[in-house]
Ligand binder design. Structure first.
Ligand SMILES: Cc1ncc(COP(=O)(O)O)c(C=O)c1O
Length: 372
């Protein structure tokens, strides 16, 4: 259908990367890494060069998120996926409760359900819907996902627990540009290859005193199996020394730090507002076209980091996105693969500019309308 498609020069975005992770890393940042020459990459992660970088990240994130003084910023290898098992084996005492509304929240629940000595319950809604978490009794860790990257649902609210219940939040694709009340969250974590424009493989977490006490208590329980790679004690001790337990990707740390500095320069309020403006543009575009519809019907759950837009079945999205990739004009705007929807899923992450999103919506409108 789109074999002969051409895109006018003025509609070609300055960067073709609109994927929801890994997100685009600005080419300027790549050049800045090259400028470090022989001073950073290939130097020991136990020496001052890399340790100062980790320290700068920890301090920069503390500033950006205005973290409470008791919060410790920990970094480690394995990404958010690794943390699901680390939380299940070392933070959940007996039972976790999961708000499930898409592939990632579902995978987190499955990771816990796979651990024989804990119980994992869930509240699950249809994909495309969100959950307003209610206070749940009888579970010691409540697991919730700030931004469900597979569906473009954001769930920003969390109840306050004054007892020893912990709240853990997977903020992977929302951290940095979707607000939530961090005071309510004992463990907030993300992988940096989304809003923070770095690479995969690393996790970053903010842990409260209450959660630290819990993980250290479980760590001391000699009757419980805890994989050494998932030791909270080691993660905490290493983070105190501005290190990761095992060797990190230094370029990932570098990219993350560049973004933390840039986001701090703008401030969280501004970054959040820019994300809102981009989201408004996308959802208004969807409303203005008869062949489009926002996938997430309830506006309060519509993500300001990942926009999902259904397309009329008459228009084969896969064919269109394949052609755009071939033309090297637009990459990675297909629906999350397991969702199987005729849908665009478009990144609104910080470094995807509004200008380029405006070009994207115009070029998609043009491509579709000239083939209807
Ligand atoms: C919400 C969410 N959680 C977890 C993950 C897994 O992150 P990683 O691949 O870094 O382990 C992703 C990845 O896209 C995600 O979007």
């Amino acid at each position: 259908m789109f074999e002969k498609l051409t895109i006018p020069q003025e509609l070609i975005p300055s960067d073709p990367r609109f994927g929801c992770g890994p997100s685009l890393i600005p080419t300027e940042t790549l050049n800045n890494l090259a400028k470090t020459g022989n001073t950073l990459l290939g130097t020991s992660h136990r020496k001052s060069g890399v340790k100062n970088l980790v320290k700068e990240i920890q301090e920069g994130l503390t500033q950006y998120f205005e973290l409470e003084p008791d919060r410790q910023v920990i970094l480690g290898n394995g990404g958010a996926t690794f943390l699901w098992d680390m939380i299940g084996t070392g933070m959940v005492n007996k039972a976790s409760f999961h708000n499930v509304c898409g592939e990632f929240s579902s995978k987190w629940h499955k990771a816990h359900a796979n651990i024989p000595w804990i119980e994992a319950s869930k509240k699950e809604v249809d994909f495309g819907e969100g959950i307003t978490p209610e206070k749940i009794e009888g579970h010691d860790v409540i697991c919730t996902t700030l931004n469900e990257t597979s569906t473009g649902v954001q769930m920003t609210s969390t109840p306050t627990y004054n007892d020893d219940t912990l709240v853990a939040m997977d903020a992977t694709s929302g951290a940095g540009q979707i607000e939530t009340n961090l005071k309510n969250i004992d463990f907030y974590y993300f992988s940096p290859q989304k809003v923070f424009a770095s690479e995969g493989g690393l996790f970053v977490g903010f842990i409260s005193e209450k959660a630290r006490e819990r993980v250290l208590k479980i760590e001391n329980d000699k009757n419980r199996y805890k994989p050494i790679t998932m030791s909270w004690k080691l993660a905490l001790e290493n983070s105190e020394k501005n290190q990761t337990y095992n060797t990190p990707s230094i370029s990932t740390l570098f990219f993350l730090n560049e973004s933390v500095k840039e986001l701090n320069r703008l401030g969280r309020a501004k970054v959040t507002q820019l994300a809102r403006e981009k989201a408004d543009h996308l959802y208004q575009w969807a409303e203005s076209k008869p062949y489009l519809e926002a996938y997430v019907h309830d506006e309060k759950f519509r993500s300001t980091a990942v926009a999902t837009i259904n397309v009329d079945e008459k228009i084969p999205v896969e064919e269109l996105t394949k052609k755009l990739r071939e033309l090297k004009v637009v990459y990675d705007i297909d629906a999350y693969r397991k969702l199987g929807k005729n849908q665009f899923r478009i990144s609104l992450f910080h470094y995807v500019t509004k200008e380029n999103l405006e070009k994207l919506t115009q070029l998609l409108s043009l491509a579709i309308e000239s083939h209807l």
